[in-house]
Design a protein around this ligand. Structure first.
Ligand code: KG4
Ligand code: ZN
Length: 379
């Protein structure tokens, strides 16, 4: 009989629940996004996030069980995110997870959200049959985090789904997270929210026309004193701001361009603002710089350690330029790069259930006094 873990995630602006068998097979994964609530503010509003989690959590967990065709009694354990994240948001999922585990008399496992992002990559490789070797350098890059870890097995590395890992933090952003920089630049240009996926698509268009017309700006490499694996993105964002001040009238037209929707795509993802070639050029240059920083420092970290693999996870891991760049540059240097699928890149609860599994096997259970830890770190 497989071990079925109910995962619950509510650290930021997605209410998510999932059931994962033996830490590797996703039986269901439900994500209720709050994007439409936060859109008009151009960022996540913590109080609104908590309120939305409260509204959704019960239904989301029920939906996850329904889709897995299971009842509460069929669950062997509950894994729940307890940090890092927004304290009010974390408390909703954590409290509900405790209530469920307590009522069922099943073990509770506290999961670090960042470890969840690492396990999302494992889930992907286990699903697709790719072979991932440890130790690895892990870049977790989202709207809330940009951090580099070295991850190694602390006991048997096989099977990967059951392996306990130890982490060493190598570097992190000194200011904005990369996703935050995308969102802020999109806000400066009134492109919409969240900015990452919009800029990703616009920059792809820009790169197409750039060969002929779009004007490129040379954002110089970011200097970060001290730790060579630390990042900084506020300078690039400010450079964009100054460029816009020097070039007034660079706002995109209010008119929108609707792209064809294919199966499985959301209509909202297919509406793009109409931009001038100059704006597209700016976006191409901004994205190039951000991606170059992420790739350069991650590859450096991999070269300086005994890493066999590079894992890239978090919302920004969905970025097409980032994926291409890593694939282009890592292989010649002897590293294999692994990304989760788009659904597993952004916040979800399957990764939380997967992270709970090795801890359950190792008897690392949480007490009922487990509390939310907004600044929880992984090392
Ligand atoms: O992991 P996630 O869902 O939530 C957290 O922030 O924890 O990541 C969301 C972030 C947002 O900042 C969003 O703009 C960014 O990831 N993002 C992207 C892309 N898709 C999402 N950034 C660049 N390119 C993308 N394709
Ligand atoms: Zn996240």
């Amino acid at each position: 009989m497989p071990t079925r873990i109910l995962g619950i995630e509510s650290s930021c602006d997605e209410t998510a629940a999932a059931v994962v068998a033996d830490g590797r097979e996703i039986l269901s994964s439900v994500v209720a996004s709050q994007v439409s609530v936060h859109r008009k503010y151009g960022g996540v509003v913590p109080e609104l996030a908590s309120r939305e989690h409260l509204r959704s959590i019960v239904a989301v967990v029920r939906e996850a069980l329904d889709r897995a065709a299971l009842s509460f009694q069929d669950i062997d354990a509950v894994g729940v995110t307890y940090g890092p994240g927004l304290v009010g948001a974390l408390l909703v999922g954590l409290t509900y997870g405790k209530v469920v585990a307590n009522a069922l008399g099943k073990p509770l496992i506290g999961v670090n959200h960042l470890e969840g992002h690492v396990r999302a990559v494992f889930l992907e490789t286990l699903r697709s049959g790719q072979e991932l070797s440890l130790p690895a350098v892990c870049l977790i890059v989202s709207g809330g985090h940009t951090v580099l870890y070295e991850a190694a097995a602390s006991g048997p590395a096989e099977p990967l789904s059951a392996a306990l890992l130890r982490y060493r933090k190598m570097g992190q952003t000194r200011d904005d997270a990369a996703g935050e920089a995308y969102d802020k630049v999109a806000k400066l240009l009134a492109l919409g929210y969240p900015g990452g996926p919009i800029i990703d698509r616009l920059a792809a268009d820009g790169a197409d026309v750039s060969r002929t017309q779009a004007e490129h700006i040379d954002f110089s490499p970011t200097k970060v004193r001290g730790n060579p694996y630390d990042f900084s993105f506020s300078g690039i964002k400010t450079a964009v701001l100054y460029y816009l001040r020097a070039h007034p009238g660079l706002q995109p037209e209010i008119q929108e361009r609707r792209l064809a929707i294919s199966k499985g795509e959301r209509a909202a993802d297919k509406v793009l603002p109409l931009c001038s070639l100059q704006t597209l050029g700016l976006l191409v240059s901004f994205q190039k710089r951000v991606v170059a920083e992420l790739v350069r420092r991650t590859l450096q970290a991999a070269e300086d350690t005994a890493a066999q693999s590079i894992l890239v996870s978090g919302g920004v891991a969905a970025n097409s330029e980032l994926r291409h760049s890593f694939e282009r540059e890592a292989e010649p240097r002897g590293f294999r790069v692994f990304f989760p699928s788009r659904e597993l890149s952004t916040d979800n609860a399957a990764m939380i259930a997967a992270a709970a599994y090795p801890r359950l096997l190792a008897g690392q259970l949480a007490g009922w006094d487990l509390n939310a830890e907004p600044t929880l770190s992984l090392a």
